[in-house]
Structure formats: structure tokens, C-alpha cells
Design a protein around this ligand. Structure first.
Ligand SMILES: Nc1ncnc2c1ncn2[C@@H]1O[C@H](COP(=O)(O)OP(=O)(O)OP(=O)(O)O)[C@@H](O)[C@H]1O
Ligand code: SF4
Ligand SMILES: [Mg+2]
Length: 350
């Protein structure tokens, strides 16, 4: 079942459907993202969570049109207000990118050029999409730097990236991403490199901007605290696929997929037991070149052996409605929680 079928007939702002991204390599085809579907509406925030390598960044970079089409094989559709971004030509994508849709990248150094001042780079992002003078663009750059909390922005605007601390670079990059008031902002681990206070300021800023401009936000994070604070909806990815999707509160308090149980029980502050040490999910993520048969999570799943007919090993579970809430989808062969022993096997959560 596709997530897009669960919405009404009105066209969603962003509708990703069956997005698949593969990279042919000498060692085989890397199945980075497989048949991923989700919607995001204006004014809403989708949180995407999952372990390292689960396809979070690759799927988001597809929305930004940032994959080299000779290297990445992309299928499915990414409809933004009805326009399929998988099909648009490079010129049109350039007009959309950094303007209607913009991204805060995981690594600030990858999006800031070392040889140009911070101010020039933000101004350039503004001038690329607006008819304005250099002076107006500079004014806008200073305004944005102030907005993201850079002290003495009028002076620091002429600094080069190496003159900024890591946290300031991250904020400068956020300023650059926001300079054209994007309708869709993708924030890939936007606060990972920052200390807790700055982290909270940046999250507040994103929320303010959303209130002010009604933007849609996709926030990618390992931090379930960030999800709890920011996300209306949550999508859990495992090995390139969506394994669970639903309202943030549902996913955080009443998850139904064993992988999500694992993620949550490795986040003790959410399970109400801050003294509990982190318990990472046993085992490691699978090879994306040779994905496990059946459910990709079966080699690590403590419940695989409890289900009959080896079905976890042989059959890929469909994404189907979960038992506990409208719009909740789960990709697992376990019966719905109200039907069976889930409360007995689901420790410490819910
Ligand atoms: N250009 C590429 N060629 C081959 N494989 C790639 C390429 N880009 C990404 N991958 C692979 O795709 C998989 C998904 O990567 P992705 O960057 O989306 O992970 P992620 O979920 O963002 O992880 P992290 O939390 O570490 O950022 C990884 O195994 C990665 O090595
Ligand atoms: S389908 Fe089977 S292996 Fe996969 S998560 Fe569910 S119980 Fe575990
Ligand atoms: Mg990533």
C-alpha cells in the first residue's frame, strides 16, 4: 500500500512515490533507496530516522536533484505541487533548488566554499533567484546572519568560512538555505555538530520560520529528542525502505515495528529511564548490494524465529496499516498489537 493512497483527493504539497535510487558500482548495484513513499504538507514537519546508511541523505538529495544522473539510477516520482522533479531538466531544477526547495547539509564545509566570504556566498544564493543589487543582497545576508544568531553580523559577514567556528559555519549554512524563504526545507542532521544550547536555538529558529512562512520541513536526524520536539509525522527507514510511518506521537509512544522498538529502547530519555545505558540494536546494518531475503531486518530481529513458515526470511512484508492509529503504516509480519502477544514482547515502551 502506498502512503499517498491514504490521503484525500487533494494534491499534497510534496508527494514522493515509490522513489528508488540505485548506484551501479564495480562491486554490484547499491540499493540505497527502495520504493519510498511519503507526503509532506505545507506547515508540517516530517522526521526521517534510521541508522547510518539507511538511505536518509540519498533520498533527500534526490528531491534536490543533486545526484549525478550518469551514476545514480532514479525511478518513481517526486511531485512538488504537481511537478515531477525526477523528470525536470537541469535548468528548471536550478530554478527550484535553493529557492522553492532548499537543504541544510550534514557537513557545513561541503556547502561553503573556502575561498569566498560568508557574506558573498549568502548574497550569491539570493542573487541567483532575485533581481536585486549587490548592496541589497548584502543587506539580506546580514539580516539572515542576525536571524541565525551570529553576533556582530554586520562585521562577520566579511569573514571567510575558516574564521567561523564549527557551530557558526553550521548557522551560516542555515542562513544560506533560508535566504529565499524556501517552501520546503530539508534539514539533514542540522544540529549534530552543535552544543545543546545552540541546538535548541536552531530548532526554535526552524519552528519560527515555519510559523512565519508556513514552509514544509523534512528533518533527518539520529536524535529522537529532536523528532519528539519537531516532527508531526515520522518515517523510519531501514536498509533503504520505509519500515514504519505515522504521527510523531504514535511512533514515539506506541511503535509497532521491532526495528523502531530497538531504536527507541536505545534512547533511554524517551523511555523514561535516564539512568539506563544506551542499548544499541544488536548486529549491523545489511549490505545494500546483497540485501537479505524477505524482511531486510530478519538477521537482527529477535522475533523472526517466532513467526511460522520462515516467513520473515522468505517474504518481504508489505507496508500495511498498523493496528493503533489512522495513517499508521508498518512493514512487518507480526500481527497487529491488539491481536497478539506484542505487549508481552515489547519491553519498556508504550
Ligand atoms: N554515490 C554513491 N555511490 C554508491 N553508493 C552510495 C553513493 N551515495 C551513497 N551511497 C550509499 O547509499 C547508502 C545510503 O547512504 P545515505 O548517505 O543515504 O545514508 P544515511 O541514512 O544518510 O546515513 P548517515 O546517517 O550516516 O548520514 C550508503 O550505503 C552509502 O554508502
Ligand atoms: S517481518 Fe519478521 S523479521 Fe521483519 S521485523 Fe517483522 S518480525 Fe522481525
Ligand atoms: Mg546522511
Amino acid at each position: 500500500m502506498s502512503m499517498n493512497e491514504t490521503t484525500n483527493s487533494q494534491q499534497p504539497f510534496l508527494a514522493v512515490e515509490d522513489l528508488t535510487v540505485r548506484f551501479p558500482t564495480p562491486d554490484g548495484v547499491v540499493n540505497a533507496v527502495t520504493e519510498l513513499s511519503y507526503n509532506v504538507e505545507l506547515g508540517r514537519t516530517l522526521g526521517i530516522v534510521g541508522e547510518s546508511g539507511s538511505g536518509k541523505s540519498v533520498s533527500s538529495m534526490a528531491i534536490m536533484g543533486l545526484h549525478d544522473r550518469r551514476r545514480a539510477k532514479i525511478s518513481g516520482s517526486i511531485r512538488l505541487q504537481g511537478t515531477d522533479l525526477v523528470d525536470v531538466d537541469d535548468d528548471r531544477m536550478r530554478r527550484i533548488r535553493g529557492n522553492v526547495v532548499s537543504m541544510i547539509f550534514q557537513d557545513p564545509l561541503s556547502s561553503l566554499h573556502p575561498f569566498y566570504t560568508i557574506g558573498d556566498q549568502i548574497s550569491e544564493a539570493y542573487l541567483a533567484h532575485n533581481k536585486a543589487s549587490k548592496a541589497q543582497a548584502r543587506k539580506r545576508a546580514i539580516e539572515l546572519l542576525e536571524r541565525v544568531g551570529i553576533p556582530q553580523a554586520g562585521r562577520r559577514v566579511d569573514d571567510y568560512p575558516h574564521q567561523f567556528s564549527g557551530g557558526m559555519r553550521q548557522r551560516a549554512m542555515i542562513a544560506m538555505a533560508l535566504v529565499n524563504d524556501p517552501q520546503l526545507l530539508i534539514a539533514d542532521e542540522p544540529t549534530t555538530a552543535l552544543d545543546v544550547t545552540v541546538q535548541a536555538q536552531i530548532l526554535d529558529l526552524l519552528q519560527d520560520l515555519q510559523r512565519e512562512f508556513g514552509s514544509a520541513i523534512i528533518i533527518i536526524t539520529h536524535d529522537l529528542g529532536v523528532v519528539a520536539e519537531m516532527a508531526d509525522d515520522v518515517l523510519v527507514m531501514y536498509a533503504g525502505r520505509c519500515v514504519e510511518y505515522g504521527k510523531g506521537k504514535e511512533i514515539l509512544t506506541r511503535p509497532e515495528h521491532p526495528y523502531t522498538w530497538g531504536l527507541l529502547s536505545s534512547a533511554p530519555h524517551l523511555t523514561g529511564d535516564p539512568g539506563q545505558p544506551l542499548t544499541p540494536i544488536k548486529g549491523s546494518p545489511p549490505s545494500l548490494v546483497n540485501l537479505p531475503s524477505g524482511c531486510s531486518f530478519h538477521p537482527r530481529c529477535p522475533y523472526a524465529s517466532r513467526l511460522p513458515d520462515d516467513r520473515c526470511v522468505e517474504l518481504l512484508p508489505e507496508l500495511r496499516p498498523g493496528g493503533r492509529g489512522a495513517g499508521h503504516l508498518v512493514r512487518c509480519h507480526l500481527p497487529n498489537p491488539d491481536e497478539i502477544f506484542v505487549d508481552e514482547i515489547q519491553p519498556r515502551i508504550g
